[in-house]
Design a protein around this ligand. Structure first.
Ligand SMILES: *[C@@H]1O[C@H](CO)[C@@H](O)[C@H](O)[C@H]1NC(C)=O
Length: 431
């Protein structure tokens, strides 16, 4: 407002002109006569009572105090008074519409003529026309003043003070996230992200397995892990079965030799050969007598079908074993390997154990033959003493006359007995 505030000496001078110096002696002569006098270095003009001191320059003339044109200053005071009255008629405040329409006001002001030219120049000196708002701030014109609407990253009356976003945004979603280090710059800030994060505010997590890991694990599934060192991808591989990661390489590129594991994957009882392949293995076939896929084999119970091929007539016992079977021995009276049993001819050797004069005949279902002593012999037929010659004492002498004669095994002195009966070996044994 420097342009509208008048120097105090001018006001005093005007009062001096209008009312005269205080303490002036007042007598009748002095009340009617104007005077001009020197008083202690001062030049004093005095008028009569109710009289004026007049400076009357021509229309192009000037009254000057120092270098100031007194005429011009007086007309400026007049214009200022009109402006002040105008503001007062609007309640003293600066209505926004007036601020917004300052250009229109400027136009109006300029039409007021030469008298307000100075005022207008003064006005512009402290308004938006000097572009005081820095860094993209929006300038609002106030009367003889301005206001800067600053962007969020600048502050101060001219938007020239940097806002420290690291302080203002600390702990909010607008600041650096996830443990990042915030660095303030003039008008902005940057975030130094921790290793696992990226993006302006460090809100984007690194996914080192994106797009399925892009073959990072080869024969495995990629599992993303948190980066520990900046710029260094971190992930784990879960290998498919049959593959493993070699030392110092997370990728599953080494074949597992399943046939060399401590645990046998193919059947070990019975042993089945194991064949390793790249990423897998397979087992050979189960051996004869076993059934299964080779990973495990089960015993075949050969006896459950057709008695295992063992003889059924006569019935021979079939004995199942792990991986095989046996046929039991042929039953007594038969000979063979158990699959086929043929009837044994018990009489074929040594007359079947019968007395050499006895007739040997086989006895089905028995290991022993039937031995029959020949006519004139008696006995059970077995063994060397199985048949003994029958005595003819009854025949020769008819000792029993009208009785029936029964011979005995031992000849009796004094008589011979004839017998037509074959004596049972157990009867009449007389020792
Ligand atoms: C603002 O700008 C004005 C005009 O350009 C200048 O006079 C003033 O010193 C500035 N104020 C600050 C705080 O920078």
């Amino acid at each position: 407002m420097a342009g509208t505030v008048q120097p105090s000496w001018l006001v005093i001078f005007l009062i001096f002109l209008l009312y005269g110096l205080p303490g002036e002696p007042k007598d009748n002569a002095k009340l009617t006569q104007p005077r001009m006098m020197s008083d202690n270095g001062h030049l004093v003009f005095t008028t009569g009572d109710n009289k004026e001191i007049r400076f009357e320059p021509s229309s192009s003339g000037r009254i000057k105090v120092g270098t100031e044109d007194l005429t011009q200053l007086l007309s400026q005071i007049k214009a200022n008074k009109e402006d002040i009255d105008d503001i007062k008629s609007h309640g003293g405040a600066i209505p926004p519409e007036i601020t917004n329409n300052l250009n229109q006001l400027n136009t109006k002001v300029s039409t007021l003529g030469n008298q307000v030219t100075d005022l207008e120049q003064t006005f512009h000196r402290v308004s938006c026309s000097s572009n005081p708002c820095q860094n993209g701030g929006t300038c609002l014109n106030l009367l003889n003043s301005y206001y800067c609407l600053c962007p969020s990253n600048w502050a101060g009356p001219n938007c020239s003070s940097d806002v420290n976003e690291c302080q203002v945004f600390s702990g909010t979603l607008q600041g650096c996230q996830n443990g990042a280090t915030c660095i303030n710059n003039p008008g902005s800030f940057t975030c130094q992200c921790s290793p696992e994060w990226s993006g302006n505010l460090c809100t984007v997590r690194y996914d080192d397995c994106r797009n399925g890991g892009q073959g990072l694990c080869v024969h495995g599934i990629c599992i993303d892990a948190d980066r520990v060192i900046s710029g260094q991808p971190k992930y784990q591989c879960i290998c498919e079965s049959g593959w493993e990661a070699p030392a110092g390489n997370p990728a599953c590129v080494t074949d597992v030799d399943e046939c060399n594991l401590p645990t046998k994957l193919c059947s070990s009882n019975p042993p089945v050969p194991c064949y390793n392949t790249q990423g897998s293995f397979y087992c050979g076939a189960c051996p004869a007598g076993w059934q299964g896929n080779g990973y495990s084999c089960q015993d075949v119970d050969e006896c459950s079908t057709n008695n295992g091929g063992c003889s059924t007539t006569p019935v021979v016992h079939c004995l199942n074993t792990m991986g095989s079977f046996h046929c039991g021995p042929c039953p007594p009276g038969y000979e063979g390997d158990g699959r086929t049993c043929t009837q044994t001819n018990v009489c074929s050797s040594n007359n079947g154990g019968c007395h050499h004069l006895a007739t040997c005949s086989s006895n089905p279902g028995s290991a022993f033959p039937v031995c029959t002593c020949p006519q004139g012999y008696t006995g059970n037929g077995y063994g060397p003493t199985g048949c003994t010659q029958t005595s003819n004492i009854c025949q020769t002498n008819n000792p029993c006359v009208n009785g029936q004669c029964t011979g005995s095994m031992h000849s009796q002195k004094g008589g011979e007995y004839r017998s037509s009966w074959r004596a049972a070996p157990s009867i009449h044994l007389d020792h």
